[in-house]
Design a protein around this ligand. Sequence first.
Ligand SMILES: Cc1ncc(COP(=O)(O)O)c(C=O)c1O
Length: 480
Amino acid sequence: MRSHLLNDTTAEQYRRSVTDGVERVAAKLATTERPFTGVTVDALAPVIDAIDLDKPLHDTAAVLDELEDVYLRDAIYFHHPRYLAHLNCPVVIPAVLGEAVLSAVNSSLDTWDQSAGGTLIERKLIDWTNERIGLGPAADGVFTSGGTQSNLQALLLAREEAKTDTLAKLRIFSSEVSHFSVKKSAKLLGLGQDAVVSIPVDHDKRMQTVALARELERCKQDGLVPMAVVATAGTTDFGSIDPLPEIAELCEQFGTWMHVDAAYGCGLLASLKHRDRLNGIERADSVTVDYHKSFFQPVSSSAVLVRDAATLRHATYHAEYLNPRRMVEERIPNQVDKSLQTTRRFDALKLWMTLRTMGADGIGQLFDEVCELAREGWKLLAGDPRFDVVVEPSLSTLVFRYIPGSVTDPAEIDRANLYARKALFASGDAIVAGTKVGARHYLKFTLLNPETQASDIAAVLDLIAGHAEQYLGESLDRAS
Ligand SMILES: Cc1ncc(COP(=O)(O)O)c(C=O)c1O
C-alpha cells in the first residue's frame, strides 16, 4: 500500500499516474461536442450505486476507465461554448497547473509552519488585489472557499464592529436582487429574522439609494442599528452594479459598515476598458471577490478584503497547539489568525501562476471580451420579436424570455419557458439558467466564455424557441 504514498520513492509513479489522468482529461476536452450528455439522475445513479467502495481496483488506469462511466462522460463541461448557465468560467491553463502543484505539495495555509512561502504568496496576492481596489495602506484580507464564505466573514466583522450588545437590533441593507448568502449569513450570525432589509432596485436593477436613505433613517428612528449595507457589484442575475459612490456617502453619514459583494464584478479590477464601473469600491470597509467567477480560476478561489486589517481580529483565536499568541509578537505570519477556516487549501497559487504567466491584462482582456459578447447578445435579443429581454448588460448576463405572438396567458408563457430550459438541458445541446423577474419565469445566459460567439447565442435562441413552440403546440393538442 505504501506504493500509493507520494514521496521520494514514488515520484516516477506519480508522474505516470498524473500524466495518464491528464491525457484522459485532455482527450475528453478535445472531443466534447456538447456541454452535457443529457444523462438523467435515474440513468446515472445505478451506475454509481453499483460501485463497491470496499472492492478497490488497485490500478489507476482501471480507476480512470471507471471514472469515464461515473463522471467524465456525463460531467457538465464549462469550457464548452454553449455552456451559458451559471457563474462558472472556463479555466486558464496556468491556474490548472497551479492546482496540480498545490495538491501535490499540499501546503496548508493556516500556519507558517505548514506553508512557508505559500503564506507570503497569498499575502502578496491579497495586497495586489487591495491595491487594485484602492483600499488603502491598512488593508488586508484572506483567501476563502467562495463568495458565500467571504460575505459571511465580512458580515461577521461588521457585526462585531457594530455598536450594540443586542443582536436583534442589527439591520443589514441589501438590494432585492442581492445574493442569497447575505440572508444566510444573517441567520448564521444569529441576527433576527427581519435583520435583512431588502432595498428596491431601479429599472436597471441597481439599488435605489433614495430608498436606502429612507430605510437607514427609519432604522435610526426606530432605535435599531444599521450594521451594514451590502452593495452588489455584479448581481447574480443581471450583472448590475449598485451605485457605489452614493452608497458610500450614505454609509459614512449613518456610520454603517459598507460591504461590496464583487464576487462577480471583480473581473473589472483587471479590465482594460471598464474599470471605472467599479468606482466607489475603494470606499468599502470590506469587499468580496471571486476569482473563480471572473478571473477564470478553477473552484475554489475567492477572497475577503478589508480596509482595516485590525478588524480581522474578530476572526482570531489562539491555540497552543497551532498558533499561540506569542507567535504574533514573534511576527510569525499565521493566516489562520484571519480566517474562518483552519486547514486551508493554497488556492492562491492558481492566481499566482495566472498572473505570472498571463498578467492581469490577459485576464482583463478575456473578461472584456465576454462583456462585449453580452452586448452583442443583447442586440440580438432586443431585435428579435420572439423574446423579451430585461435589462442591457452591465457585465455578461442576459435575462430574457420567449414570448410567442400567439399566446397571451403569462402562466402559459412561463410553462413554455420552463419547458424549453428543461428540454434544452435534456438534449445536452446547450445549458442555460433560469430565474424569476417579478412573478414571471425567465431564462438567463451567463456569458463567461470568450470562445462563445454571437452565432452560438443565435443558435441557442433558436433551440429555445423550438422547444417552447413544441411545448405550446402540444399544449394546444392537449386542450383540443
Ligand atoms: C453576487 C454573488 N455573491 C456571492 C456569490 C456566492 O459565491 P460562491 O458560490 O462562490 O459561494 C455569488 C454566486 O453566484 C454571487 O453571484
